[in-house]
Design a protein around this ligand. Structure first.
Ligand code: FES
Length: 122
């Protein structure tokens, strides 16, 4: 009975993880399995990804979680809310593919999702 329960838990945990790749401006790259339901920022913090500090803890008040989203993924994300757009305007070198990683919630559809941290945050 224990083995069946352990197998069930393993399958449950394994299938609720999504691969997210974090890159920096120096070309370093790290791919992490992040639990669905967490934000891309939380995945970075839990795995010591440098360049994502998240000083406000995800309340859209700091922009230290600013990332550039790889172009092919932009259409798969919900549109940024006004508060996020305002905060991105105050971030270092915002671009058209800028997002706050604390506002991107990981799910199965984002498997392979890739973000790059701005130079100043690296
Ligand atoms: S963690 Fe502060 S705006 Fe995202």
């Amino acid at each position: 009975m224990f083995y069946i329960l352990a197998l069930f838990l393993f399958i449950l945990i394994y299938t609720t993880m999504t691969k997210i790749t974090y890159k920096d401006q120096q070309g370093n790259s790290k791919t992490i399995e992040v639990e669905n339901g967490l934000s891309v920022m939380e995945g970075a913090i839990q795995n010591d990804i440098s360049g994502i500090d998240a000083d406000c803890g995800g309340s859209m008040a700091c922009a230290t979680c600013h990332v550039y989203v790889e172009e092919k993924w932009l259409d798969k994300l919900p549109k940024a809310e006004d508060g996020e757009v305002d905060m991105i305007d105050m971030a270092f070198e915002p671009k058209k593919n800028s997002r706050l990683s604390c506002q991107i919630i990981v799910n199965d559809e984002l498997d392979g999702f890739t973000v790059t941290t701005p130079e100043k945050q690296s």
